[in-house]
Write a new protein. Structure first.
Length: 552
């Protein structure tokens, strides 16, 4: 789930339009998106909503160190109705597409949860749920066919994989600027509370094109462990790479169907301080852009991860790419002891599987440096996702859809948020001493459907069914935030060259072949040369020029 944001200098291989000398940054001249483009977001303050926080008188229990959100360990005893009346007035069904990871939830006819929320909306949403692991493929096909639902969720990390995305935005989706800019956003008070930084990233083609789903934390990845399984073996949570690899060999026992890892290559890169900005760029000391494939840190990470595979420390279903459910292997079967995942994975998996195994204790491994000095953690502060509105639905329908999104964005302390997050009392949750506790039906029917057509002012918790989660997460987050990677290109929205995007996945697959022993590590140089000739140099030139024109 890595979000991109930072890069570069090195005027090599410039496209013809760039060589001609025209300005690159949007707002100065048009630039073909096939060759890449950049927008300086500082230039578009006039299209942004004015932030006005919705105060419900709820004080956080634990403060987060910015950009880590504040945490809440207790659920409000009294809830307020944030919205009077039903946001949907037409009765015309809303079509929406959102992702899910894991089993798809039942559809409207079989879901008491969807029926309950849709009844409150007044105008029901008919969800098309797509597998999050292959969501980019579906998006590419849908955008190519110009056949989109009224509300389309586009995860932030998928944007960089979609060729000519800015062109697709202009052709297929509504311009929301006049509906939301300045004080106009007060019509939708939940949206008015969103961080300005999230709205900045929702600008395409110099206009406000989507409603952001603000990030709930700045970390794209963490390494989680089954602390209960380590405790059984008398092992501590590792604090260095040597300790991690030693523990991995101690816990791996194929006879008992236990292996140390799933695919943890992103975390191995982080431990080696491989750059993660803008999908893997940084600036060299001379100001020249350098991609991760070209760095000695990436080669070190490759060697370590290849050895992990070679030593048989990765679950064989992961090695064979059989589509194994890594969550189940980790949390239910205990067949994987260390798992790489987005931080958002933690609470839901703990809550679901502790019902079967009360001793389950999922904890993050502290970030460390394998090469000396302070650790480095990649940054993911751009929105989790964006919600786009299909072009041509008409002004009244746009306003109705924004009212629905506003309802779905209700914050902690509201009746709306409780229904969205916990469903119906007595059916999807019971009232525990610390707030609502999900039932088995909730885990079956609630899969963040409305979360992915909305967003909210970021907060963490509360989660009554996992009372230790918020303190544990804030302790981890407030320590890790010290090591966030700096982004020289923060505030520049980049549309990478099409060839760079097109070769991104094939390049990663080629390195995966190296890691898993299907190609020798000596092929790395050839893959880098191929990457350079398939858009790498174009990307370097684009990002260099963007920094130059931004005066950085």
């Amino acid at each position: 789930m890595t979000t991109s944001r930072r890069s570069l200098l090195g005027l090599i291989g410039m496209g013809a339009a760039a060589v001609a000398g025209g300005p690159l940054l949007a707002g100065c001249s048009e630039k073909p998106t096939g060759s890449g483009s950049a927008e300086n977001l500082d230039s578009f303050a006039g299209v942004l909503p004015t932030r006005r926080e919705l105060s419900l008188g709820i004080t956080p229990d634990i403060r987060g160190s910015t950009p880590v959100p504040d945490g809440y360990t207790t659920y409000p005893g009294t809830l307020v109705d944030a919205i009077t009346g039903k946001p949907g007035t037409s009765g015309q069904v809303v079509t929406a597409m959102t992702p899910v990871w894991g089993p798809a939830p039942p559809g409207y006819q079989q879901s008491a949860y969807l029926q309950a929320v849709n009844a409150e909306l007044g105008t029901p949403i008919n969800f098309t749920i797509q597998d999050g692991n292959t969501y980019a493929d579906k998006l590419n096909a849908m955008l190519g066919a110009r056949d989109v639902p009224e509300l389309l969720c586009v995860p932030g990390w998928e944007v960089g994989k979609i060729p000519r995305f800015a062109e697709a935005v202009k052709a297929l989706f509504e311009d929301l600027t006049d509906h939301l800019k300045g004080d106009v956003v007060n019509t939708y008070p939940m949206l008015a509370g969103f961080p300005t930084a999230a709205w900045r990233h929702s600008i395409w083609n110099e206009r406000l094109a989507a409603v952001p789903n603000p990030s709930e934390g700045p970390f794209p990845w963490a390494l989680f462990t089954r602390k209960d399984l380590l405790d059984e073996r008398g092992l501590a949570i590792p604090k260095t790479l040597d300790e991690l690899l030693t523990a991995a060999r101690q816990v791996t026992d194929p006879a008992r169907k236990v292996w140390a890892f799933d695919d943890v290559f992103a975390m191995i890169q982080i431990y080696h301080k491989v750059p993660g900005a803008k999908l893997g760029w940084r600036l060299k000391s001379d100001g020249t852009p350098e991609f991760k494939y070209e760095t000695p840190e990436y080669r070190q990470a490759l060697e370590v991860m290849a050895r992990i595979y070679q030593d048989g420390l990765v679950h064989p279903d992961i090695v064979a790419s059989k589509g194994a459910d890594a969550n189940l292997l980790f949390a239910r079967a205990g067949s994987v002891v260390f798992k790489q995942a987005g931080v958002g994975f933690w609470q839901g998996v703990q809550a679901e599987h502790q019902k079967v195994n009360p001793r389950l204790d999922i904890q993050p491994v502290p970030v460390f440096s394998a090469i000396g000095g302070d650790p480095l953690m990649w940054v993911a502060t751009e929105p989790i996702s964006y919600t786009f509105v299909r072009k041509g639905v008409g002004k009244e329908r746009v306003e109705e859809l924004l009212r629905i999104i506003n309802w779905c964005s209700a914050p902690l302390g509201t009746q709306e948020a409780q229904l969205r997050d916990y469903g119906l009392a007595g059916k999807h949750h019971t009232r525990g001493p610390n707030g609502p506790v999900k039932t088995d039906l909730a885990f079956k029917e609630i899969a963040n459907q409305y979360f992915f057509v909305s967003g909210r002012n970021p907060t963490i918790g509360p989660f009554p069914d996992t009372p230790r989660y918020v303190p544990d997460l804030l302790a981890f987050s407030n320590e890790t935030v010290k090591y966030l990677e700096k982004d020289p290109w923060d505030g520049l929205k980049l549309e990478m060259p099409d060839r760079f995007k097109a070769f991104a996945v094939p390049a990663e697959e080629k390195f995966t072949d190296l890691l898993r022993g299907r190609r020798p590590l000596s092929d790395a140089d050839a893959i880098v040369r191929e990457w350079k000739s398939n858009g790498g140099e174009e990307a370097r030139a684009l990002l260099a020029r963007a920094l130059d024109e931004a005066g950085r």
